[in-house]
Ligand binder design. Structure first.
Ligand code: C2O
Ligand code: CU
Length: 523
């Protein structure tokens, strides 16, 4: 095991990821940010220098942060925001392997560009040497307006409409916006080369696919090539015939690894990220999208191929906006959820106007609002426990060492929501239609999928279980960024008695002092 050092300078740059130039919030001037690579057992030391002109934090999506809850990057829950002009170093050990990503967790900042991939190798990964080579592919929606414009519209009093409409889909940071469309204006001038992946006929490749969207669900596919799913959110899964798909559904923040056999004639093939019709937001019920929005392409390039790709898309016959049928995929190691539950929570997800007539999302009738200057975990470390204050902040505590937590989430909204749990991966033991807690779908305690982000069906439910082996404060939220800002967030206070014995690093406390000073100065 080694310690790997990275420096992230957060700064704004003018970039044209899809041909349309805008200010992009970047890591080291790059969008997506640099790939972090490490081996299982390594430690990462990542110095974040914030030159954005606004506060920031970085979350390491899917990384458990055992004993380092204060480096999880959630403002209001695990740390104070890093003020502009300041730096903060995230230091944590990797006891997992697989495909992850990082993103800002401060307001909707990741939608403006602070995202990047994080891959952890493990020689004991069952698929470590089954492929000749591998690639990381990010797919994400992209907006020409900054979130400082989009968010106030989405959160306007009385607004009952849909989410902002993306302008493009990007594959590994490259998109093809139609510059001749009237909306393009004079900021649109470059034709962007699609993301291209070089392969050799006869070889096998692992593609690690990460959905970095604010909102969009995708069908991901490669013309004429099947995808064999071998990893789901960092967890290796069994390689069987049922795990081979033509089209891979992937929602916000989810990751999959697939094996692609390059056994087709030498040619160029389209790689596609498609937003199915029903998942495209349509303000005022008008259809408001163009081809670069609904069908983004990259290229799978066989070594000596020179001709243009011939379009041979698979048909998209899966239900839109739903996860891959969990029956097809089983955890590789066959690990089963505990049969006995020590703590159970029932979460009702609803929508209701707040005092300012903003339609906010609720979990058990309460909408999360972060207290940036006073994160929950530091309050618990100071006060030595879990007290009532958290109730107003959608906090739920449990204190049973190594207990099994069960969460039943009932989504009474019409649309689906990709829910993510920090600090853990969970067994998804049930998922289906209906919001009557007495009438849930049958629990699978034999071989359920394990992951960290799962799509809760509209007017439907999920049931998850995980082991309380990670004391700290862990966010549980929908990963549609607009829904986060509208409060669809809970915080799980895991084993406060044990957590309060941990020692918080001085620089974590010092960060809150600088943040509070920076806020005072502004007044
Ligand atoms: Cu990917 Cu709470 O985040
Ligand atoms: Cu949501």
């Amino acid at each position: 095991p080694t310690t790997r050092y990275y420096t992230f300078e957060l700064r704004k740059e003018k970039l044209s990821p899809d041909g349309f130039e805008r200010t992009v919030w970047t890591v080291n001037g790059q969008y997506p940010g640099p790939l972090i690579i490490a081996n299982k057992g390594d430690s990462l030391v990542i110095k974040v220098i914030n030159n954005l002109g606004e506060p920031a934090t970085i979350h390491w999506h899917g990384i458990f942060q055992r004993k380092t809850n204060w480096y999880d990057g959630v403002p209001g829950q695990t740390q104070c925001p890093i003020p502009t002009g300041c730096e903060f170093t995230y230091t944590y050990a990797l006891d997992q392997s697989g495909t992850y990503w990082y993103h800002s967790h401060f307001l909707a900042q990741y939608v403006d560009g602070i995202i990047g991939p994080l891959v952890v190798y493990d020689p004991e990964d069952p698929y470590y040497s089954t492929c000749d080579d591998q690639y990381v592919v990010t797919v994400g929606d992209w907006y020409h307006d900054p979130t400082s414009v989009l968010l106030p519209l989405r959160m306007a009093p009385g607004y009952m409409g849909l989410n902002p409409v993306p302008d493009s889909i990007l594959i590994s940071g490259a998109g093809q916006y139609n510059c001749s469309s009237p909306a393009a204006g004079s900021n649109c001038n470059s034709k962007v080369t699609p993301a291209t992946y070089d392969v050799v006929q006869g070889k096998k490749y692992r593609f690690r696919i990460i959905n970095t969207s604010a909102y969009a669900f995708f069908f991901f596919s490669i013309d004429s090539h099947k995808l064999k799913v071998i990893e789901v959110d960092g967890i290796p899964v069994k390689d069987t015939d049922v795990s081979i798909v033509n089209v891979l559904p992937i929602h916000c923040a989810q990751r999959y690894s697939v094996i692609v056999k390059c056994d087709q004639p030498i040619a160029n093939y389209f790689i596609r990220a498609v937003i199915p019709d029903r998942c495209v937001p349509r303000p005022n019920n008008t259809i408001n999208y163009n081809s670069s929005l609904t069908n983004a392409t990259g290229i799978l390039h066989y070594d000596s191929a020179t001709s243009e790709p011939v379009s041979t898309p698979y048909s998209y016959d899966l239900p839109p906006c739903e996860d891959l049928v969990a029956d097809a995929i089983r955890p590789y190691d066959g690990s089963k959820p505990p049969a006995h539950v020590t703590d159970e929570f029932l979460f009702n997800v609803t929508i209701a106007p707040n005092a300012n007539n903003v339609s906010t999302f609720r979990i058990n009738n309460s909408s999360f609002e972060p207290t940036f200057n006073n994160p929950s975990n530091l309050r618990i470390l100071e006060t030595g426990g879990f007290s009532d204050f958290e109730v107003s902040q959608n906090a739920y505590g449990y204190d049973y060492p190594e207990g099994c937590v069960q969460i039943i989430l009932l989504n009474s909204l019409r649309t689906e929501h990709p829910f993510h749990l920090h600090g853990h991966a969970f067994w998804l033991i049930a998922s289906g239609p209906g919001i009557d807690p007495k009438n849930l779908s049958t629990f699978n305690l034999e071989n359920p999928i394990i992951r960290d982000t799962t799509t809760v069906p509209g007017r439907g439910h999920i049931v998850i279980r995980y082991i309380a082996d990670n004391p700290g404060v862990w966010a549980f939220h929908c990963h549609i960024e607009w829904h986060v800002e509208l409060g669809m967030v809970a915080q799980l206070i895991e084993r406060p008695s044990d957590f309060s014995k941990e020692t918080v690093p001085e620089e974590v406390k010092a960060l809150c002092v600088s943040y509070n000073n920076s806020v005072h100065k502004k007044r």
